[in-house]
Each structure stands twice: as C-alpha cells, then as structure tokens.
Design a protein around this ligand. Structure first.
Ligand code: ADP
Ligand code: MG
Length: 354
C-alpha cells in the first residue's frame, strides 16, 4: 500500500497522532494544567520567576531541505534552536507550542518522525509540548516553534550588559555546523547526478560519512547548551551579556557590542575551531576559521563576564576565553597570530534578505 498522506487522515486524525507522540513530554512540567485538547494550554508559572518566550520559523527550502535532513533530526533541531534562545537569556526552557503547515501529499510518517524528534529533544531539555496549530500548505513544509522559559528576573542576561574589561567567552567549538552543511550539500549533488543518470544511489549517508560525523551531527542535531546554564546557576557565575551563536560568531558578537555600546578584541588563536571542520576544510580547500566566524548555526553560547565572575568557572574546559570587551571607539576586531587585526564589522554574517 502507498504511504498514507496527511490528506488521507485529515487535520484531526493528524492532531490525534501528534498528541500521542508528545504525551510523554507532559510529565516534564509540574505546572502544566492543560496540554493538547482545549482552546488554550494552561500552566502555572513557578513562584518568583518571570516568563520568557521565543519563537522561530523553519521553512522548507529556506531553512532546511528534506532531501538531506531526516524529519526526526529536523524536529529535534526545531526544539533545540528555540531552547537555545531561552538558554541565551540564562533562563530554563519549560513549554513549547508547535505549529505546522503541511503539504497534503506529505507522508504521515514524516510528520510522525518530525514529532518523535521534537518529543525526544523536548524530554532532553525538560520541555512539555503543550499545544500548537495545524494547517495545510500549498508550497513546502512550514514549522513554527515557540518555547517559553522561566528564570528569576535578576538572573536574566540580556545582550546589552557587556562592559569594557569583561572577558568574551564561548562554549564548545565553532564551525562544525557550516562544515557539516558543506558535506551534506556535496552529497546531495552526487545524489542528484545519480538520479539524473538513472543510476541507483544506495549510500548509507551516516555510515559512509562517518569521518565527518562530528560536523554533520553539529549541523543536523545541534544541542542547546542547557548544561552550561545549569553550571552557571550552580556556580553562581553571572554573565554580563549573552547570546547564542546562530548567525555566526562575528555577527553575534556585533549584536552584543551594539546593544552594549562597546567594542571587542578577539584573539584568533583562542577561537575553538571544530576539529572535524578543520579536516573538511582541508579536503575542500576551504577555511575552517572563516566557518567558525561567519558560518553560524552552532548554537553555542557567546557571553561576556567580569574577570571576578569568571574565576568561578575558569576550570571548565568547555568554555573558552576568546578575547575582551573594549571601549566602543576601538571597534570590533580580530587579532590574528601575526598580530594583524581584522575588522569584524566588515565581515558578512547571515542575513535572510540578502
Ligand atoms: P483550534 O480550532 O482552537 O485552533 P485545534 O483543533 O487546531 O484548535 O487544536 C486542538 C488542540 O490540538 C489544541 O489544544 C492545540 O493546541 C493542539 N494542536 C493542534 N495542532 C497541533 C500541533 N501541530 N502540534 C501540537 N499541538 C497541536
Ligand atoms: Mg487550530
């Protein structure tokens, strides 16, 4: 029998299946009063905390390609990128609302895989998927995820708090996502060529690309750094400004500097470039450092912190000090290993409209 499509089971059939898949996430939320099934989701905020919320749109052919992205990974990523925004406020994610617009011809199984991925990621972060909306789409698949979170008001970290003299820190490694995307794009071209020549394409993507998995994982399954937010809270270490690296280190640092009215000076040799990205860059004769600075989508946390606060976390290997905040007049610069400075304000970042 052919695959069941969403037009076969209809909106309510689809919502029923979705509801069953996300049910296990509901236990994550102590405060949840009403999940899927009424006109609104209802939850009780924890006492003494403020609510934060963030939303992201994912559009087929703009943000993802179903040829190179397994639906389950896409679901996981959709939750992770929103959880990452909540983490970037130094808050903890709590609830999600998910809206989808689905082409009627799409196999139901794909939507189920999408929600299995979302539910798995949600459980990882302690997020309850509490509702959403479902529509048909005349072009591609559209996914909109809204995540709410909570934090004591005085521990929220904005982009605007950086002070000259603060350290600039970043978690994990950078450039992996951009490198993974390059590999997947190359693979897609090979696949298209095979299809055009009527040859079979029988590679097991993940197995054959094993040596690149560090980067492909980073692209398809980025993780929000909730672990770092937990650590910051545990240690009582307060960043002065924070953002997640979605557009690229250079661009996201610019966001912090603009909001804070400061400059910054980064040291090239301190930037933690993803090791698989280096390998891929060598092979493609490209530049892994450029991916680390302009690639984006690594979803690491970029933050500034006073030296005194940093003492509380200086033993953590997964946080790199990559530079310092400077007065605004000094600009936003990167000093390379020869001591030559590059103007980061002149570098391109990701912009949807260009
Ligand atoms: P309404 O007519 O008020 O939009 P729906 O029939 O669309 O209500 O939704 C019924 C319930 O299912 C609501 O609780 C809603 O939050 C939930 N829901 C609908 N679509 C989705 C989805 N794609 N993901 C998660 N929950 C959904
Ligand atoms: Mg609806």
């Amino acid at each position: 029998m052919a695959h069941k499509t969403t037009s076969d089971i209809g909106e309510f059939g689809l919502i029923e299946r979705i509801s069953a898949i996300v049910a296990p996430t509901l236990s994550a939320s102590e405060g949840l009063v009403q999940g899927i099934g009424d006109d609104c989701a209802v939850w009780r905020p924890a006492s003494g905390q403020v609510e934060v919320a963030s939303t992201d749109l994912l559009i087929e052919q703009v943000h993802f390609d179903l040829l190179t992205t397994p639906a389950r990974h896409l679901g996981s990523k959709a939750i992770s990128v929103n959880a990452s925004d909540i983490c970037a406020m130094n808050a903890l994610p709590r609830h999600a609302l998910v809206s989808i617009a689905v082409p009627p011809s799409l196999p139901v199984e794909m939507i189920e895989q999408l929600y299995l991925g979302m539910a798995a990621a949600a459980r990882e972060y302690g997020i309850a998927i509490a509702g959403g909306d479902t529509s048909s789409s005349r072009s591609g698949l559209v996914i909109s995820v809204t995540v709410t979170g909570e934090a004591p008001e005085d521990s929220l970290t904005y982009r605007k708090g950086a002070q000259p003299g603060d350290l600039v820190c970043v978690t994990g490694t950078l450039g992996g996502s951009a490198a993974g995307l390059r590999v997947l794009t190359r693979e897609k071209l090979i696949m298209m060529e095979h299809l055009e020549n009527n040859e079979t394409y029988s590679r097991n993507l993940m197995a054959d690309l094993e040596e690149y998995s560090g980067a492909i994982q980073q692209h398809l399954l980025p993780l929000a750094r909730l672990d770092i937010v937990d650590l910051l809270h545990e240690r009582g270490a307060s960043p002065s400004a924070m953002i997640d690296v979605s557009d690229g280190l250079g661009q996201d640092l610019r966001h912090i500097c603009r909001a804070s009215g400061t400059g910054a000076l980064l040291q090239e040799n301190r930037i933690p470039v993803n090791s698989t990205a280096r390998l891929i860059a060598d092979e493609l004769q490209d530049d892994a450092l450029a991916w680390a600075i302009s690639g984006g989508e690594d979803y690491q946390l970029l933050f500034t912190m006073s030296k005194e606060e940093y003492e509380k976390i200086s033993d953590l290997r997964d946080i790199s000090v990559i530079g310092a905040v400077t007065p605004k007049e000094e600009g936003i610069l990167l000093r390379d290993i020869y001591g030559i400075t590059i103007d980061l304000e002149a570098l391109p970042g990701f912009d949807h409209f260009r």
